[in-house]
Write a protein that binds this ligand. Sequence first.
Ligand SMILES: N[C@@H](CCC(=O)N[C@@H](CS)C(=O)NCC(=O)O)C(=O)O
Length: 281
Amino acid sequence: MTNLEPIASHRLHDGWQRQYKHQSAVLNCTMQFSVYLPPQAEHQALPVLYWLSGLTCTDENFSQKSAAQRAAAEHGIILVIPDTSPRGDDVADDDAYDLGKGAGFYLNATQAPWSAHYRMADYVVEELPALITQAFNTNGRASISGHSMGGHGALTLAIKHPQNYCSVSAFAPIVSPTTCPWGQKAFNAYLGDDQAQWADFDACLLLKKHGLKLPVKIDQGLADNFLDSQQLTKPFEQQCQQQQVAADIQYHDGYDHSYYFISSFIDAHIAFHAQALHKPG
Ligand SMILES: N[C@@H](CCC(=O)N[C@@H](CS)C(=O)NCC(=O)O)C(=O)O
């Protein structure tokens, strides 16, 4: 039996939007996550799409604002939406929105005080999938997607663990954290000032080192305030071109960094993952 404690359950597109609490051994704290179980889950083992959210989010932003569940119901995909950092009174934090709680950056921190709890990479790649496999009727196939900091998480974890995923996608991802303000601030705190350690969590540097054979899809709004200041998407596109990695990268006039942008293109991302997840063999 798993240690999942149900918190909420809502009927949605003939399936269930649910929220759970559990004690995380990896993060050493109580965590909350959301799951969407499409109607097919009643009688069939299904694949999973992990969604990693951006700065300031919990599991609820995507659940409530992306409108992803309709396409997940159509394609028979379970959505799993973790929180963006460890939580709780004894977890280190910072007053700024881009460090500490809500800003875990999907890495394993090595520096005090962060190293006591901030191990979101291991949580997303190992502990959470093991829990999901135990608790739900899954078929062993998974893909990963995310937004901004979560796009960084999805790309870096997929490049490092390609055997775990069938496809990867991102909205407005942070792709060069070692050279942008959000990433430099977080990496300095979580990983220390030895920049050699930073490369292991930078999508562009990881792509250069490992390449990527999975199907990749990225969407980016051209009215995104953070596009240039945080070097979203473009450096990764250049790295893909240099290494001849086939990635479907699209730019969209007028779209900003918000969930309005995500909800406008999420159906295409779910369909993209469905193709990889439901591929025979
Ligand atoms: N302007 C935001 C910056 C953070 C931000 O834009 N967060 C994005 C991800 S990087 C988000 O998804 N926010 C939550 C939401 O829009 O629901 C703030 O200061 O809180």
